[in-house]
Design a protein around this ligand. Structure first.
Ligand SMILES: Nc1ncnc2c1ncn2[C@@H]1O[C@H](COP(=O)(O)OP(=O)(O)OP(=O)(O)O)[C@@H](O)[C@H]1O
Ligand SMILES: [Mg+2]
Length: 397
């Protein structure tokens, strides 16, 4: 097929041509945001799933849904190494400036901007990366204690009041939430809790890796009651087929059932892999309908492309010791694996490997589904590790 009209979109955060299988989750979030706007109890929602399952694109779509329904939104991505207040402040400012355009909300919007000024000034010493334009002077005593937990609470309350006056809700969309430091996560949870108690229209829709619920629970023990943690997993067979079939059909290109079955099998329904397979199958095929042998040929190219992008970017961030640890895990299969078994493959003590395992968790490469277990956060990473570090050399040192 013509590569110029290739509809598939493998890539981090790249919207797919067809967002398959996520309607129920979108509806859950739509209901929650409407409840929040109406001042009814609504749980914040955290999308939890492995790498490449489509958390970011779903979050972005939910944000579009919310904006289309007249909600105020902001979006941040928690990167490794920047503070939450620093990410939040400029986005909150913009949301507040928009809210303040509303006649009914102006006074409260301006008050919230004063709270933001106090917040930024008070926390600047602790979080030096905070940089935000100040539209008003702080109001003494308003969100300016210099204590994140207290000040974020006061700030979100002021913001919530402004949103309420404007007849809308403020929805915070936060990606990669697992990278937020525990103490900052705790402050965010408390602030959202407080806003919910006061029935203010503020809520969060977040996304993160499977370690997120555990992290939230450690940050604040009541977090698990305060949030819904829907699983974002690989697509079941039907939506996986639709993800491939529909974009092609829109251009008059069909698939034989065997070809579709093969794609679903090879990708296991993982959205990133579906896009990668779709792209290569399209380029390989010379006529419609696309047949199974097209898929067979495209599979090799799709895997090679993943090795050079999706897997490679993660691999390149690892130290030699971390690579060896993951290679040992791969030796045992897809996982999860017991720490003792991994240590045995490496001929080391579990305690000696503890720091490496912790670094891998902090980097978001592995997580612990239950005590003493370790699993990859990247689907099919075990096979990549074996392709990429073949032989037995890695066992040495
Ligand atoms: N529901 C879906 N149907 C079809 N394709 C999808 C779907 N969701 C995501 N994709 C595709 O999967 C790829 C990965 O999506 P995305 O970057 O949102 O995943 P992610 O879960 O945020 O990954 P990471 O944890 O690495 O950030 C993109 O190419 C996207 O177009
Ligand atoms: Mg993402």
């Amino acid at each position: 097929m013509d590569p110029i009209t290739n509809p598939y979109t493998p890539g981090a955060g790249t919207p797919p041509p067809e967002l398959a299988g996520r309607d129920d989750l979108r509806e859950t979030v739509r209901i929650a945001t409407e409840r929040a706007r109406a001042g009814r109890a609504a749980k914040s929602v955290l999308l939890v799933g492995l790498r490449g399952v489509g958390k970011t694109v779903l979050l972005d779509r939910m944000r579009e849904d919310a904006e289309a329904a007249g909600m105020q939104t902001l979006r941040i991505e928690a990167p490794e190494g920047r503070s939450l207040p620093a990410m939040l402040a400029p986005q909150l400012r913009q949301a507040l400036l928009r809210l303040s355009r509303n006649e009914q909300a102006r006074e409260f919007g301006h008050r919230a901007l004063r709270a933001l000024a106090g917040f930024a000034r008070g926390l600047k010493i602790k979080y030096q990366d905070i940089e935000v334009g100040l539209d008003f002077e702080p109001e003494p005593g308003l969100a300016d204690n210099g204590d994140l937990e207290h000040d974020l609470q006061a700030l979100l309350e002021a913001v919530g009041l402004a949103a309420q006056k404007a007849g809308t809700a403020l929805i915070l969309f936060v990606d990669e939430l697992q990278y937020v430091e525990e103490e900052q996560l705790a402050a965010l949870i408390t602030a959202l809790h407080r806003a919910a108690q006061r029935q203010l229209p503020v809520m969060m829709v977040g996304a993160g890796l499977p370690q997120l619920p555990g992290r939230m629970g450690r940050a604040k023990s009541y977090a698990e009651r305060l949030f819904d943690f829907p699983d974002v997993g690989p697509l079941p067979a039907d939506p996986a087929r639709i993800a491939i079939q529909k974009p092609a059909a829109e251009q008059g290109v069909d698939f034989e059932p065997g070809a579709l079955r093969r794609i679903v099998l090879e990708t296991q329904g993982y959205p990133y892999f579906l896009q990668e397979w779709g792209k290569h199958v399209w380029d390989v095929a010379t006529a419609s309908p696309i047949v199974e042998s097209d898929v067979e040929q495209a599979s090799r190219e799709a895997i090679a492309a993943l090795d050079e992008s999706f897997f490679r970017v993660r691999f390149d961030r690892l130290t030699p010791a971390e690579k060896r640890y993951l290679r040992a895990m791969a030796e045992l299969g897809p996982g999860p694996h017991r720490s003792g078994d991994i240590a045995q493959v490496l001929g080391k003590k579990v305690t000696a490997l503890g720091p490496t395992r912790n670094q891998l968790i902090a980097k978001g490469m592995v997580w612990s589904p239950s005590h003493g277990d370790t699993a990859f956060t990247v689907p099919m990473f075990d096979e990549f590790m074996k392709r990429n570090m073949p032989g037995d050399d890695w066992r040495k040192s």
